[in-house]
Design a protein around this ligand. Structure first.
Ligand code: HEC
Ligand code: HEC
Length: 355
């Protein structure tokens, strides 16, 4: 069971046939530059990294994100999210390249437009050269050919996605501990994990039932669940996945769309996406690797500390909308502290070049 959570068990990233440059290093480098470039915004101040700050493990420390406006939800980390078949808390996109196009045109985020973004690439000699070496000549879409414009816009998303595929979790103390178990090295195990951390791990995989949803080497099943997280006063409860699944089916940049590079349109995710009332109020299970410096937690940053997240699971309140799938745990304070101690062993910073 421990090996199933081990980073060593993480398979290589599955290919993304919808993105021809997904594993092209030159595209990843281009995407990295775009990720940190604030010129990709209406006011010249907002880049992806405004909200996904690497010193905060690619989050922003806020409840709801802030740029040209305030977003509806909380900023999740991007580390390892290339493994996720669905993007956003409600999974309203089915690839990282289509995800990346969303914030660019969102009036609360970059507030720019596909035309402005493509113009920026066209007008910057270096960007233009890089783009054209990857994708061929930039289109002259001034005759308002929206397919040409959208193709160029999608290629920008595909480059950013290629970069994000390189932002992967690194080995934590927990992973070294599992290594010590595999090696039957009892001394090393004792050096690496305190008694409380061992007990917290036992509770996590046992009585506390966290692995029902937080499983695999990324500590997520990539699925959608209602865990009864309460909305802020004044916020309408979020229907979440119910709306997200409708949106991804209709999205012009989805796997079945004109801008996918997969000519065979192998879109199993869309074909087999679950729908139904159990998805009311259901959000994507986040990874638990690297919670350090990512507070507040949950889809709207409703919960400020890990201790309070654990209190929430211990009580398992009725959901405001839909049905809370998690059951009350009846753990005492000491046990909750032990789970918290264990969760902290998953911390491992991830750094990328910013300039
Ligand atoms: C204003 C802050 C802000 C900016 C700017 C921003 N994001 Fe985000 N990002 C968010 C928020 C908030 C969410 C969650 C929104 C939701 O789920 O409804 C998110 C979600 C994501 C996700 C989904 C992660 C997951 O686990 O589902 C990825 C990937 C991502 N952003 C990448 C990017 C990229 C790439 C850019 C730049 C093109 C960008 N973001 C710009 C705030 C921001
Ligand atoms: C039924 C599935 C399920 C179970 C069981 C479950 N979780 Fe979660 N967990 C989720 C989902 C879904 C979210 C996001 C919920 C939201 O934002 O509304 C989440 C969020 C979290 C977060 C916040 C992470 C972040 O980045 O915001 C932590 C920490 C967490 N869970 C830890 C645990 C622990 C520890 C347990 C066991 C006591 C547990 N979870 C049990 C599904 C589950």
């Amino acid at each position: 069971m421990l090996q199933s959570l081990w980073l060593e068990s993480l398979p290589k990233l599955p290919p993304d046939p919808s993105n021809a440059v997904a594993d092209n290093p030159a595209a990843a480098e281009f995407g990295r530059q775009l990720f940190f470039d604030a010129r990709l915004s209406a006011n010249g101040d907002v880049s992806c990294a405004t909200c996904h700050q690497q010193e905060l493990r690619f989050t922003d420390g806020l409840q709801k994100a802030q740029a040209t406006g305030t977003t509806a939800r909380h900023t999740p980390s991007i580390v390892g999210t290339a493994y996720s078949p669905w993007q956003f808390w409600d999974g309203r996109r089915d690839s990282q390249w289509s995800q990346a196009l969303g914030p660019l045109e969102d009036t609360n985020e970059h507030a720019t437009s596909r035309a402005q973004v493509v113009n920026l690439i066209t007008d910057d000699p270096e960007y233009r050269a890089t783009y054209e070496s990857l994708f061929g000549a930039l289109p002259d879409w001034s005759d308002s050919d929206s397919v040409m414009l959208n193709t160029a816009f999608a290629n920008i998303g595909k480059s950013i996605a290629a970069f994000e595929r390189t932002v992967l979790p690194t080995k934590s103390r927990f992973d070294e501990y599992v290594q010590a178990i595999v090696d039957h090295d009892a001394d090393r195990q004792r050096q690496l994990f305190s008694d409380d951390e061992v007990r917290g791990l036992r509770l996590f995989i046992g009585k506390a039932n966290c692995m029902q949803c937080h499983n695999g080497p990324l500590f997520t099943n990539h699925e959608f669940h209602n865990t009864g997280v309460i909305s802020f006063p004044g916020d309408v409860p979020d229907t979440a996945r119910v709306a997200g699944v409708r949106e991804v089916m209709a999205n012009e940049f989805n796997c079945r769309g004109l801008y996918s590079d997969d000519v065979e349109l192998r879109c199993a995710e869309l074909d087999f996406a679950r729908t139904g009332v159990e998805l009311i109020g259901a959000f994507k299970t986040p990874s638990l690797r690297n919670l350090e410096n990512t507070e507040p937690f949950m889809h709207k940053g409703q919960i400020g500390t890990i201790a309070d997240v654990l209190n929430h699971y211990n009580e398992a309140p009725d959901a405001m909308i839909g049905h809370n799938e998690a059951k009350p745990l009846g753990l005492d304070k000491r046990e909750l502290g032990q789970i918290e101690a264990f969760l902290k062993t998953l911390a491992a910073p991830v750094f990328v070049e910013t300039s």
